[in-house]
Ligand binder design. Structure first.
Ligand SMILES: *Cc1c(COP(=O)(O)O)cnc(C)c1O
Length: 404
């Protein structure tokens, strides 16, 4: 490997929040000042022994960490000589990796003396994880959600309410994720002395991409040690699905300085035309949206382009700035998987191993299965199984029930 990643996590992002040319803060001065307060608090508080010990305890006692690494023996045998392993984030409390950064963000809010957590949600996964964190800490929680999404995602809306969160319907524009982001930012701008904004992935303005990566890095740290203990080796390849990119950055963080190939997998959806996929790093260009600079899918008018994926957690028109950077220097390869390939992997893992994966995670698994079929390159492949698929069952039954 040409580059030295030994101190990478300390050196990136730089003081202004840039990973190479990507990242930064593109907001009006008042909000930028509020984020500067979070950056300073994060740098001091989150590196104190008290914070680290408290987060460790929460991860162990409340979240059930460490999550295991599991060897898929039956699935691997079907594919050839490569061996597929899973990092089981589906067994993290609430069934996905998202709680890792939500508990970190909420603990920081508590140390900062904040009383309220504000965020937007699309399909509701981030909203449920944050509402869980708010309930744990006894904080108020306000989730902004497009009115159209509220109708589509009734069970997640019910979960958020059960957990004590206030779900704010957003009726502007297309009444979906983009409008929810704007609404949540506006609410935060009015209330930043009492509240903290909690982003759902390694996206948004600095310090969020850094904070969320650092909170998710526990996945990579655990996985590296567990894999070595199980096999005596490092994996040859690590594969993760990329929506905003938090589960991928979490597992990659453990392996950046190792001779391990890293693959981020984007949703190719139904085709390569705009509106049929959400593969921003594969098809996008440099631009600014939602307060940060990255690679994104844009319309001719410089607005976020419409995106689509069978996996609602992956249909975001950009990816975190750190992914844009790691792609630009060639450290991570970003490939894609179609709806159909992800579905096949969803059925295969359920049938072969007794694990129903999230349809998001199925994208990473499908790519790992492709790698495993390449006879010239046998090896150990570690997949970040970012979540469980129970949430996808209604949709699968309705659309693909004939395949059961
Ligand atoms: C939200 C979600 C993702 C995508 O988010 P990232 O920030 O890219 O990790 C992937 N898998 C699951 C299960 C999710 O809920």
């Amino acid at each position: 490997m040409q580059q030295d990643f030994r101190n990478y996590l300390k050196k990136f992002p730089d003081k202004k929040g840039y990973f190479g040319e990507y990242g930064g803060v593109y907001l009006e001065p008042e909000l930028a000042a509020a984020l500067e307060e979070i950056t300073i608090a994060y740098k001091t508080i989150a590196h104190s022994a008290q914070f680290i010990n408290e987060l460790r305890r929460i991860r162990k006692e409340f979240q059930g960490r460490p999550t295991p690494v599991y060897h898929c023996q039956r699935l691997s045998k079907q594919l050839g000589t490569s061996q597929i392993y899973l990092k089981r984030e589906d067994l993290n409390h609430t069934g996905a990796h998202k709680l890792n950064h939500c508990m970190g963000e909420a603990l920081l809010a508590k140390f900062m003396g904040k009383k309220k957590l504000i965020a937007e949600t699309g399909a509701g996964q981030h909203g449920v994880a944050l509402a869980t964190a708010a309930a744990y800490f006894g904080m108020e929680c306000e989730i902004h959600m497009g009115a159209v999404d509220i109708k589509k995602q009734a069970p997640n809306v019910a979960r958020m309410r059960l957990l004590g969160a206030k779900v704010i319907p957003v009726t502007a524009g297309l009444q979906s994720l983009k409008e929810a982001v704007d609404s949540a930012f506006m609410a935060y701008a009015k209330d930043y002395k009492e509240a903290i904004y909690c982003i759902g992935s390694v996206v948004g303005p600095h310090p969020f991409p850094m904070m969320v990566r650092d909170f998710q890095a526990v996945v990579g740290e655990e996985a590296r040690a567990q894999f070595q203990e199980m096999t005596g080796y490092l994996p040859d390849a690590v594969v993760a699905a990329v929506g905003g990119g938090s589960n991928a950055m979490g597992i990659f963080a453990g392996f950046l300085n190792d001779p391990v190939e890293l693959y981020g997998i984007e949703p190719l959806g139904r085709g390569s035309e705009i509106g049929e996929h959400a593969a921003s790093l594969n098809y996008g260009e440099i631009g600014v949206m939602h307060g940060f600079k990255s690679i994104m899918l844009k319309t001719a008018e410089d607005e976020p382009a419409p995106v689509y994926s069978i996996a609602s957690g992956l249909d975001y028109p950009s990816s975190g700035p750190e992914h844009a950077y790691l792609q630009s220097i060639g450290r991570v390869k970003y490939a894609g998987i179609s709806d159909e390939e992800a579905l096949q992997a969803f059925f295969d893992l359920s049938r072969q191993e007794g694990i129903i994966p999230a349809i998001e995670s199925s994208h990473a698994l499908a790519y790992a299965m492709k790698l495993a079929r390449q006879e010239d390159k046998p090896g150990f492949i570690l997949v970040n199984l970012s979540g469980r698929g129970d949430k996808d069952m209604d949709f699968i039954l309705e659309k693909y029930g004939d395949r059961l």
